[in-house]
Design a protein around this ligand. Sequence first.
Ligand SMILES: [Zn+2]
Ligand SMILES: [Zn+2]
Length: 349
Amino acid sequence: MNSKNTMKVAYYYDNHTVKIEHEAIPEPGAGEILVQTKACGVCVADTMEWYLTGRAPLTLGHEPTGIIAKLGEGVTGFKVGDRVAVHHHVPCLICEHCLKGNFTMCDTFKTTHVKPGGFAEYFIASALHVERETHLLPDSLSFEVGTLMEPLACVIHGIRKAKIEPGDRVILIGTGAMGLMFIQALHYYGVRDLIVYEMLDWRKQKAEEFGAPHVFTPFQNVGEEIERVASVFSKPGAEKVIVAAKDLSAMRMGMQLAAKGGTILFFATPHPDEWIELFPSKVFFDELTLTGSYSADHLDTRIAINLLSNGAVDGEALITHRHPLENLSDAILRTAGREQGLKNVIVFD
Ligand SMILES: [Zn+2]
Ligand SMILES: [Zn+2]
C-alpha cells in the first residue's frame, strides 16, 4: 500500500465543475476491503445533470477496478494485491423483489455504493460488496478493460430482460459504447439477424467494425422503413427491438418496427418529464411487450467478465480516451458530447 495517508477524491458539482479534495484514506471495517483505484469508467449516467446536481457535491464513479490495499477483519477469499472489479450495487437476495429475481428493484441494491466512489484514489467495498460483487480480474484483463464489467453487465441485463433468444430477429437503435457492446453480446447470444440504426456516420462505421451486418440511417418515412426491415429479414418486423438512444423519435420508431408478439426494450435513460404517444391498437393486436432495463445484477456482472475475458466483446476497442482524475470534467463533457470517441476512462498511477 502507498505510504501516504491521504488520497485525492473528485467532487462533482455539475458537468463543468469538478473539484479535487485531499482526504484521509479510509480504514476498512470488519468484512470490508480497501481498494486502490486503478481505473474507473465514465458513464452517460455521470453526465445527466438533472439526475445529479440536486444531490451535489457527489463523488461519482461506479465502474471501478483496482488492487486490494487492505483487508478488514474477517475477510477471506481475497488477499492484499488482488486485482479486482467491484460492482457498486448489491442486492439483499431476500426482499420481495429479490425473491422474484428482480434484483435491480431491491432497495438494498439501490442504496449500496462503493465509498466514496470510483473517482477517488481509494475506495471501500462494503461487506456485502465483498461477499457478492467483488470479482477477481483474470490476468488477461487490464484494469481499463475491467471497468467495462459494469456497462457490459447492463447490456446483458437488457438482453435477459428482453428475453432475447438464439435466432431472434433483432433491431438495435443507437450505437454509442453501449450499442456497440450490444452488437457483440447479441452475436454471442446467437443473434445473426440484426439491423442497426444510427444517425452519425462515424458511429455507423464503428457498428460495422463491431460486426453489425446491416447498419442504416432510418428513412424519414416509417412506412419505407417497415418495408426495408421486411426485405432484410425476409419477414415483417423484429421480434426484439432494443432502443439504446435517448431520442424519443427512436422509441417511437422502435415500437413501429416490432413484429407481432415482439418486445421493445427501452434501454436509454430519458429525462423524467419526457413522454411519448403509444400505439395502443398495435400493442393490442400485435401483443407487443414494452419493457425497460435498469442497471445490472450479480448474475450479469459474472457473465460480463466472461465475455470480456474470452474476447466475445472487444473491450480494448471500446476505450478511446484515458484521463487523469484532474480531468474528470473533460471526460464527462466528452461522454456527453457527440464528437468521435467511445468510452472515456479515468486512470490512476
Ligand atoms: Zn455505468
Ligand atoms: Zn432485495
